[in-house]
Design a protein around this ligand. Structure first.
Ligand code: G6P
Length: 616
């Protein structure tokens, strides 16, 4: 660890002042403090199990001030509330950061970092290669204000796509574009097939904003789980004939999405329906999906742009088309996002709600993700906000290396559902148990549309209870030194949802700058995909070996050792066991002897011999 003490030594104001803090063993830390300063030496010290904030976190006042505890004097707290309350008048959005304990000194020390983050954000918006690993521009902010796009052809692309989305949605809703063989004579259902960034935004927005009786109802296939897929198709029943299938994949090659598509196409064939007359693709030009849709003559294709990442694609065709088809005012979503974008371009920390959020995150998580972010919207329709944010925050910030190549293992964990429901589940632990989180309350002031409220006891409505639960939980947590942020909106509308999406997109971008990581790539996702590919390749070898033995006269059941040996993969015996266990559970391998609970007893064979494959 000796080299660590030299970190950032050229920056005297950022000298370490902290005590050693022990990080739980499972968080295998090997930290070099995230900073933009070139004076920091490049370090990669794997295997450490404790992190020394004094050496890894150059914000000197952070730990010291934290030891002082949170402000508890009601008058001082009220002053802090008023002093720091952020308000976006036009959006009717407030951000209260008073229950996060940062000090003025901390804010002052963070100021230069914020100025650097604002500059990085400005460069990004002007078209800099903000995703250096992939050599890509990052342009989701242009989607809600095309004039900001750095090249005229990008502007045209954005505007043309938006017009095409609106027109297509209008034509589908009006019945001008209709399915060939539906008794209703118009599309009534959407089946969205996509995963990750190609599902989470549309799911969140559908839950938040779809009217009670949308012109088209939406369902999702967002996995390669056959049971889940069958369930969605079964629920559609005869309405499959009036279902618009939207296949969404930026890359156009994600296996789960491809599988979903193949399964849905099979269901169409079995129902005697022509899929191409009901299929829509949203993907990058010339991707596998795009080419399939073009060659098969699907109803429509919409572009995904290279410079929009999946997790920030809600305001592209990915989010806008499904929303428009459900009758959601997508131009209002864009207005809300654009207004928030304007506000979050401010270089004055107190006037910039995204910067305030990033400040709170940094403070609460010590700039190293030491606490989890619990998202608690007190509104049923915002249930999926935490799930949406999970990808946005964790895929963006959860990085092994910083931009200078230091191993930092950054990130902030996100979870949550909704209040007051969660008060009856895990808030007990938040109040009294392990102190490893901070809360974000999302408060919605309007309970019901005007004229619909009633008092279920004198002076008290159902919504008053919800309000009371939020305020009570916030106070109870704070009284026990649990910090929280509160975001308040007037109503859940397309505008406020657009604003929330934009607020968090920018907060993530700014925070990424503060900790010096690339928020726009996801190299870690590849490892799991690659390993899955290897498992499927091994399965093919296992099948070939079992097939050969099963084609013998008499059939030769094999032990796991024999299968592994014949696959030339003795080191993969555990995976071979798992493959056989899965095949046996699905009647694709038969057990001659023993059972899966005692692997050494097993002898297996295939029910059928495939001679074609044997002699292929
Ligand atoms: O839209 P697709 O290319 O199908 O990608 C879907 C998802 O795949 C990967 O797992 C990425 O990590 C996600 O960021 C992405 O949203």
């Amino acid at each position: 660890m000796a080299a660590l003490s030299g970190l950032c030594s050229s920056s005297p104001s950022l000298k370490p002042k902290h005590d050693r803090v022990v990080i739980p063993l499972f968080r295998k830390y090997s930290l070099a403090f995230p900073t933009r300063s070139n004076s920091c030496s490049k370090l990669s010290v794997a295997g450490e199990v404790s992190a020394d904030l004094s050496k890894t976190n150059s914000v000197g006042v952070l730990k010291k001030a934290k030891q002082g505890g949170l402000e508890k004097d009601p008058k001082a707290l009220w002053r802090r509330y008023v002093d720091w309350l952020y308000q976006h008048k036009e959006l009717g959005l407030y951000l209260d950061v008073s229950r996060i304990g940062f000090s003025d000194e901390f804010v002052a020390e963070m100021e230069p970092r914020f100025q650097a983050a604002f500059q990085a954000m400005e460069d990004l918006e002007k078209g800099a290669i903000a995703n250096p690993d992939e050599g890509r521009m990052v342009g989701h902010y242009w989607l809600r204000n095309a004039k900001l796009a750095p090249k005229p052809f990008l502007q045209v692309q954005i505007e043309k796509t938006l017009d095409a989305v609106c027109k297509f949605a209008d034509d589908v809703i009006s019945g001008k574009i209709k399915p060939p063989s539906s008794p209703e004579g118009r599309f009534t259902q959407i089946l969205s097939v996509g995963i990750g960034g190609s599902a989470l935004g549309p799911q969140f927005v559908a839950e938040a904003l779809a009217p009670d009786n949308p012109p088209l109802k939406i369902r999702f296939i967002d996995n390669t789980d056959p049971g889940g897929i069958d369930h969605q198709i079964a629920q559609l029943g005869p309405e499959l004939a009036s279902t618009l299938v939207i296949v969404i994949s930026k890359s156009g090659g994600t296996p789960e999405t491809r599988n979903g598509l193949l399964e849905v196409q099979k269901a169409f064939r079995e129902a005697g329906l022509d899929f191409s007359k009901q299929g829509v693709a949203i993907t990058q030009e010339n991707s596998l999906l795009d080419n399939t849709a073009r060659i098969e003559g699907w109803v429509a294709r919409f572009p995904m742009f290279d410079w929009v990442g999946g997790r920030t694609s809600e305001m592209s065709a990915v989010g806008l088309l499904p929303a428009a088809l459900q009758g959601i005012d997508i131009r209002e979503m864009l207005v809300g996002a654009s207004m928030m974008d304007n506000a979050t371009r401010s270089r004055v920390l107190k006037d910039n709600p995204a910067a305030l959020l990033a400040l709170c995150w940094y403070w609460a998580c010590d700039g190293v993700g030491s606490k989890d972010m619990v998202i608690l919207p007190y509104k049923d329709s915002l249930l999926l906000f935490s799930r949406y944010l999970q990808q946005l925050v964790m895929e963006s910030l959860g990085k092994e290396f910083d931009l200078d190549g230091n191993r930092v293992n950054q990130g902030i964990s996100v979870y949550g559902n909704k209040g007051s429901t969660d008060q009856h589940a895990y808030i007990q632990q938040l109040r009294e148990g392990v102190h490893n989180f901070f809360v974000t309350f999302i408060e919605v002031l309007r309970d019901r549309p005007p004229g619909h409220d009633w008092e279920l006891e004198p002076g008290v409505t159902c919504g008053d209870y919800l309000f009371g639960m939020l305020q009570g939980t916030r106070s109870a947590l704070y009284a026990n030194d649990r910090e929280s942020v509160t975001v308040t909106v007037q109503e859940v509308t397309p505008r406020s949802v657009g604003a929330l999406v934009a607020l968090y997109e920018r907060a993530v971008g700014l925070y990424a700058s503060l900790v010096n990581i690339n928020a726009y790539h996801q190299p870690g996702v590849e490892a799991g995909k690659k390993a899955a590919g290897e498992v499927l390749a091994l399965q093919k070898r296992v099948l070939a070996v079992l097939n050969e033995a099963s084609c013998k006269e008499p059939v030769e059941p094999l032990t796991l050792e024999e299968v592994a040996e014949r696959c030339h993969a003795p080191e993969d015996i555990e995976m071979i066991y798992k493959i056989i266990e899965h095949m046996a559970a699905n009647d694709r391998a038969l057990i001659a002897e023993g059972n899966c609970g005692s692997p050494n007893s097993l002898k297996v064979f295939l029910g059928e011999c495939n001679l074609d494959e044997l002699y292929a």
